[in-house]
Design a protein around this ligand. Structure first.
Ligand code: SF4
Length: 453
């Protein structure tokens, strides 16, 4: 039982780095703290508690984490500083050495963050009350990767209208370039029944759209013996939720039956996000990915056959060890040959402890940049071509927060971003699904202009 008395009226600041999963978890922590009487500090107000949820996906991410922690400490000199997330798990000692850090929690302990905070906070408050000379030593609570077992449930509303429901955590794949399995532990999941209950709760709060998040979502069921398809079918019955999206699925875990089901489902949107990483079989082997280009092509074509309007976003990594110019060229041509709507391009970053470091062939930074630009240009062409097909058509859009005097944004079922001009914006459109006519591109070519009908 947590004693909330000493938290009443305190202020907190939150900073999240990295993926949607981290954002969802931070938002859950924040909500729990607010329920305990804490409020969010204003922009220029000093906070009593600072929580930094870190990422370690690249060297740059590590560097940014250190910068943010230092900045938070500097700007909030008296705050209790908690650091958790992937960087805190992988480099807990380093994090604890940063000036001002009070509590470092690894991925297993993250699930009990509020309890750890409450214990440390109450201890501090008692010392303060007794007038003792307080010397704040950072404490680290973290276990080895193999012992990361806990699952922190999380279903939270992002900044906009969508809810993010965490359905799975961890990964068993150990791709050669990736540290996530070390940072988040092995694949685990809660029961379908508990996830359905969370979706029902989000619906009662007014939620209309839920994005299923996780590290390797398609691997759902390792803990409970259920399957991802079972989960999708069960969530589809939560009638008050009008739209479900799946954040990302490993190609080898996209069951053909899942594609069939989504094609006729009530609420699963024709929208897929699939990590390809490389379109060269040689490189996929070096990465220890569990599919080849033939399987990938089959999944993409099947999705388009069953759902011709589907938006397909694809992750690609450029410049990883072993990616020779001819491999990149093969990758580029492969991607170009497929009906993909958008690319998410990530330059490879060397990560300590990963087996990719033993691959001798290295790509220099300028070449990595060149490859990334080439793919980003292709991505722009693909997205423009995808959007163009729908100009002049009618569609249903879920609108997101209206800001007075500004355009209002929203998404169609198949993830086309739309923009309603300020003159047509009404506050009551917020979180509403409306019929619109899709017009031409906006000025920046980032959305289609629409009018309501
Ligand atoms: S599937 Fe591969 S890239 Fe994705 S989290 Fe697991 S190890 Fe990392």
């Amino acid at each position: 039982m947590i004693d909330t008395t000493s938290f009443q009226g305190k202020t907190a600041k939150f900073y999240t780095l990295g993926c949607k999963l981290n954002f969802s978890e931070t938002s859950t922590f924040a909500r729990t703290l607010f329920d305990m009487g804490v409020r969010e500090a204003q922009k220029n107000e000093k906070a009593d508690i600072c929580l930094i949820n870190t990422c370690s996906v690249t060297e740059i991410a590590d560097h940014k984490c250190r910068q943010i922690i230092n900045r938070m400490v500097r700007q909030n000199p008296d705050a209790f500083i908690i650091v958790t997330g992937c960087y805190a798990q992988l480099e807990s000692e380093q994090v604890a050495k940063l000036k001002g850090v009070d509590l470092v929690l690894g991925s297993n302990e993250k699930a009990d963050l509020i309890q750890y905070l409450s214990d440390a906070w109450n201890h501090l408050s008692q010392e303060e009350a007794s007038g003792q000379n307080i010397f704040r030593e950072p404490s680290i609570h973290s276990v080895k990767t193999k012992d990361i077992k806990k699952f922190q449930p999380s279903c939270s509303k992002g900044n906009r209208t969508r809810y993010f429901l965490k359905v799975q955590d961890g990964c068993n794949y150990f791709c050669t370039y990736c540290t996530i399995p070390y940072a988040r532990g092995l694949s685990r999941n809660p029961t379908i029944a508990s996830l359905v209950a969370q979706a029902e709760k989000a619906a009662l709060e007014g939620g209309k759209e839920i994005v299923l998040t996780g590290v390797n979502i398609g691997d759902f069921g390792r803990t409970t013996g259920e399957t991802f398809l079972d989960l999708v079918k069960a969530l589809d019955q939560v009638n008050r939720i009008k739209r479900f999206r799946i954040s990302s699925l490993e190609p080898d875990l996209i069951d053909d039956r899942l594609i069939d089901y989504c094609a006729t489902s009530r609420a699963f949107m024709p929208h897929f996000h699939i990590p390809l990483q490389s379109g060269s079989n040689e490189v996929l082997k070096l990465m220890h990915r569990r599919y080849d280009t033939t399987l990938f092509e089959h999944k993409i074509k099947l999705i388009k056959k069953k759902m011709p309007d589907a938006f397909i976003g694809v992750d690609v990594m450029v410049g990883c060890r072993g990616e020779r110019p001819e491999n990149f060229e093969e990758c580029f041509q492969f991607i170009r040959s497929l009906p993909i709507s958008q690319l998410h391009v990530f330059p490879y970053s060397e990560r300590p402890g990963t087996s990719a470091l033993s691959i001798p062939y290295k790509v220099d930074e300028s070449e990595k940049k060149k490859r990334a630009h080439q793919l980003l240009r292709l991505s722009d062409e693909m997205t423009t071509a995808f959007y163009k097909q729908y100009i002049g058509q009618e569609s249903e859009v879920l609108f997101e927060k209206a800001v007075k005097g500004k355009v209002m944004h929203g998404f169609t079922k198949n993830y086309i971003r739309v923009e309603l001009p300020p003159a047509q914006v009404k506050e009551e459109y917020d979180n509403q699904i409306m019929k619109v006519k899709l017009g031409d591109f906006n000025f920046n070519k980032t959305a289609l202009k629409v009018e309501t009908i």
